[in-house]
Design a binder for this molecule. Structure first.
Ligand SMILES: [Fe+2]
Ligand SMILES: [Fe+2]
Length: 241
């Protein structure tokens, strides 16, 4: 496996063990911004390409022999089950908890920390959009991909789709991901990277811990979809055509 500056961030995230962890540390967007080359991403983030390459190589060297599942090869139906059972469950669990915290912290501390009003409003928008997004994936796109894989394994023609080709819903889902990524970036900006002020109460701290954890999980989630599931589904449909 070669680690080169000319590979895209998405390819490296999918192929190199521990790469997503290193990208998080470097502040390189590897899910929505996965189509840029590593060189471009480093230039944009103003970090040295040699440093990024060294970190990726060290991360690879430190990886366990078999770090979890090989999502580049394992059945798509299993990848989809994993996404739904871990990431979709997490999003649905966290949304009401974070919404409640945001409301409470805003009402208590909003007078002294005006950004909390925006935090609450931005998260409410994100929550609404994600709710619809997960439903579209679970009810339309994912079942289609499962049927596509079943047909491919049985050497049968691909299933008929009301949306034409899988490329169309994939493009829509990736647009949703970009939207969610932008809201998360904005949240980070207005909270100065979730810096907890001196007068914060326990709920304030809990909120500023929950939001970056929600962000990290969503990055991993979008990475699995944008960089692995969607490209594999598009290639499978082409093969079945
Ligand atoms: Fe998803
Ligand atoms: Fe998604």
């Amino acid at each position: 496996m070669s680690i080169e500056a000319t590979k895209t961030v998405g390819e490296l995230a999918a192929e190199v063990p521990n790469a997503t962890r290193e990208f998080e540390k470097l502040g390189i967007d590897y899910c929505c911004g996965g189509s840029r080359t590593l060189g471009e991403a480093c230039a944009e983030a103003r970090i040295s390409i040699e440093d990024a390459l060294a970190r990726l190589r060290n991360g690879l060297a430190a990886a366990q022999p078999k770090p979890g599942r090989e999502w580049k090869q394992d059945p798509l139906a299993e990848l989809i089950a994993h996404i739904c059972n871990t990431h979709h469950v997490f999003v649905r669990q966290e949304i009401p908890r974070i919404e409640q915290l945001a409301e409470k912290v805003m009402s208590v501390h909003g007078a002294n920390h005006a950004e909390l009003f925006e935090v609450q409003a931005l998260f409410a928008t994100l929550a609404d959009e994600l709710g619809v997004h997960l439903m579209k994936e679970e009810q339309v796109l994912f079942p289609y991909i499962v049927r596509l894989e079943e047909a491919a394994l049985a050497h049968e023609p691909g299933p008929a789709a009301m949306f034409g080709t899988v490329v169309n819903p994939v493009r829509m889902m990736m647009q949703d991901h970009d939207g969610a990524g932008n809201v998360l970036k904005k949240l980070r900006e207005i909270t100065s990277n979730y810096a907890v002020p001196g007068d914060a109460c326990a709920s304030y701290r809990a909120l500023y811990e929950a939001l970056p954890a929600f962000e990290a999980d969503l990055h991993q989630h979008i990475h699995l979809e944008n960089n692995i599931l969607f490209p594999r589904a598009v290639a499978m449909e082409l093969g079945a055509a």
